[in-house]
Design a protein around this ligand. Sequence first.
Ligand code: CAA
Length: 241
Amino acid sequence: MSRVALVTGGTRGIGAAISIALGAAGYRVAANFAGNEERARSFGEETGIPVFKWDVSSYQACAEGVARIEAELGPVEVLVNNAGITRDAMFHKMTPDQWNEVIATNLTGLFNTTHNVWAGMRDRNFGRIINISSINGQKGQMGQVNYSAAKAGDLGFTKALAQEGAAKNITVNAICPGYIATEMVKAIPETVLKERIIPQIPVGRLGEPEEIARCVVFLASDDAGFITGSTMTANGGQHFV
Ligand code: CAA
């Protein structure tokens, strides 16, 4: 029987590409989403991938969401923590709400979702956790003190949890995408994107969501069993670590 993969934020952007790629690779995929019902419904209709609505910033909602998926599809063996938001502002203009919302979704969301699949993975002696961090968690980004802090936190989470999971055959890895052609990046002011960001990318273009999805499929596979606690960087040469 094929493995069940849960992709948070899995109906749009990079997450949608990940859901589709894992489905094509033979996983039974559950795609979580938080807000956009219409887009989630059309994603589900177009792909046949079941969609599940909850907000990853709520521990209780994650517990209930994972329980629903496990009842309908079976135990979650692959978790892709992809859900993420931006609330960009220069630090002197950043509000406490902009800080708290980003930390709650992009960092605490990893705890909330992972904690609810962890005991099952330990019991079954197998698991794959893949956290979608960001280039901006590695290098920092002006206008994104909140986002950079959360995404850097995701890397610490990955490295610490990898050590705990290793003896139970659970790998925990992170991927740091660079600037990928999604709605999130297209929301950046056009002059900033064209004049400031794209010139910093040596390959001269934004990445495609599918280029990140292929990294996920590899890290989820049995072939990647010796890779844990690592950070896979896919950013067109914009930043080397
Ligand atoms: N790189 C380089 N310079 C940047 C920059 C960036 N990413 N963002 C802003 N700047 C520069 C602007 O060009 C501007 O410079 P000048 O004064 O010389 O023209 C200066 O910083 C101030 O910017 P704004 O005039 O736009 O100031 P603002 O207060 O109106 O807006 C902002 C600030 C909200 C941060 C806005 O500039 C913005 O959205 N910038 C993009 C920030 C960014 O890179 N976000 C990444 C989103 S994608 C993502 O997060 C996915 C991922 O993981 C990579």
